[in-house]
Design a protein around this ligand. Structure first.
Ligand code: IMP
Ligand code: MG
Length: 177
């Protein structure tokens, strides 16, 4: 893997596609075990989570459903601190076990807003699964149930993550140099 250029920045390889897939298999095995008796509703947060959600779903053997919401908080390489709902929840969550699927938890603001929506909708068990977590950036007291990789406070692209809309198609995850 080589350095890639996305817009005006260079990024170096950070987490390989093979490592991502291996970790997703492990998380899915845990979820298959932990939620075997439930019929959870997975809720992917667009745009970033589409690849993780798709690969995770392929490894699940339990009965489950999936839907998506579209929230955005990022502008370029910075979190704006304001979360805008672009597409809201289309399914009732009352009493249901829901699994929120995120690509990355940075400040935690997006997940925090999602949790408010789910609590307002009287969801039953609320579970969070994220491929990536930046523990040093987290500003909310949020319990994350499944974490793929803990990552430093650097800017990443690839595997669904973008820089100004670009780079989501990359198979591996890259870090800004
Ligand atoms: P939070 O609300 O600060 O936790 O930010 C969460 C959202 O910001 C994620 O769902 C991503 O879409 C985006 N984000 C956070 N960190 C990165 C990054 O390093 N690269 C690309 N997008 C990021
Ligand atoms: Mg996202």
């Amino acid at each position: 893997m080589d350095v890639v250029r996305v817009n005006d920045f260079d990024f170096r390889p950070f987490i390989s596609h093979a490592m991502i897939q291996q970790r997703i298999k492990e998380i899915a095995a845990q979820i298959n075990h932990d939620l075997a008796k439930e019929k959870p509703l997975f809720i992917g947060i667009l745009n970033g989570s589409f690849m993780f959600a798709a690969d995770l779903m392929r490894e699940l053997s339990i009965k489950s459903e999936i839907t998506f919401v579209k929230l955005s908080s990022y502008d370029g390489t910075q979190s704006t601190g304001e979360v805008i709902t672009r597409i809201g929840l289309d399914k009732p969550v009352k009493g249901r076990t829901v699994v929120v699927v995120e690509d990355i938890i940075d400040t935690g603001k997006t997940i925090h807003e999602m949790l408010k929506v789910l609590k307002a909708g009287k969801a039953g068990r609320i579970i969070i699964a994220t491929l990536l977590l930046k523990p040093d950036a987290l500003q909310y007291d949020i319990k994350v149930d499944y974490v793929g990789f803990k990552v430093p406070n650097d800017f990443l692209v690839g595997y669904g993550l973008d820089y100004d809309g670009l780079g989501r198609n990359l198979r591996d995850i890259y870090v800004k140099i």
